[in-house]
Ligand binder design. Sequence first.
Ligand code: AMP
Length: 421
Amino acid sequence: MKFQAPRGTYDILPEDQAYWRFVTEMTRQVCELYGYERIDVPVFEQTGLFERGVGETTDIVEKEMYTFRDRSDERMTLRPEFTAGICRAYAERKLHGRPQPLRLYTIGPAFRYERPQAGRYRQFYQVDVEVLGSQDPAIDLEVMQVAWQIYEAVGIKGLSFQVNSTGCPACRPGYIATLKAWYEQHLDGICDDCRRRYGENPLRLLDCKRESCGKIAEGAPRIAKSLCGACNDHFVQLRSYLDALGRPYEVNHRMVRGLDYYTKTVFEVWAEGIGAQNAVCGGGRYDGLIGMVGGPETPAIGFASGIERIILTMKQEGIEPPEVPKPAVFVAYLGAEAKDAAVVLAQELRSAGVGAAALWEDRSLKAQMKQADRIGAAYTLIIGEEEVKNGVVMVRRMADSTQTALPRWEVLDAVKGGGTA
Ligand code: AMP
């Protein structure tokens, strides 16, 4: 019986870990630089949370969730995104009682039953950043800047923002009515999915990926003209901050984002040259969501960024992450007595914080030296019967192949600080 990884999943093999380590470490550093605190929420939640929080008519809830009944017959869903879970935690753990706004971030896997392709998986990892408890457009900018600075920190170039406003409960219904009235004349030209959206979720008519639908959407009335005073001021202010920082951005009136909960600002960061999946992140304001999942009415904004897409972009731009540190020392031995000494020596080094590797398996000295080379050890410590008898260790400095026999007790000091770990 041979097993395969489920479609749309992958293994992050050791050789890829340098990218993951670098991206998650840079994310942590940037988030901390802006004063964001880490939160972790469960990988699965009650299905109703996502139905309510993400929206019944979204692609995610309609066709992409991994939903199952647990052994108590409760409907559970593997999180397809983080925002709903974080809002649930905010309400349930009374995080609204803490000084506001609350700045949070998290990193972890999310699950969507999508058609796998490059940059699109069924299990994928997201960096997720949320600010709860503020409606200041300067917070919108701050959140957007966190995303931008993470990409800058990992070395990605050719970035730009796509921004739009999706209005609020005061002005959006009017816009939707205008949009529907306009689409009435175009129903013949749009795809079946769009005809369904026309009835269920008309805003999504604007972001259909089909070329023919896209052409029609280009001519549709734009939301900018329907925004209420508050939404318009908010959007103008945000754009003036982006101008002040000199960030390249484009107002993309067709960008409504697939999730129902957005209000006012929506944005994506696009990186040049990653093809159809050129959005490395997407996010926006969701001033109504926390109230919808049982918390007090609280304005909030956040974004999520796929780590795979960040890494894909890095690879396309030829960006190499720093190497994962390797043990500084390799311990080689010949003979049973020497092996006893080697076991103890290797452990002493590690306990003192010096990385030490060994092959064990009683292999030839040649095989052991080869392994020392492979891991890039700065020193190889060689112990044979002779060394055991004399209480010494042969210390070989790999950079210039010099060998010195040192008394056993001098070895630690000699190799300390000699490598990367
Ligand atoms: P969303 O939650 O749909 O707004 O997506 C936010 C970000 O998550 C996207 O810009 C992608 O970087 C990433 N993402 C979403 N879905 C997938 C997926 N199926 N596979 C890989 N990355 C994804």
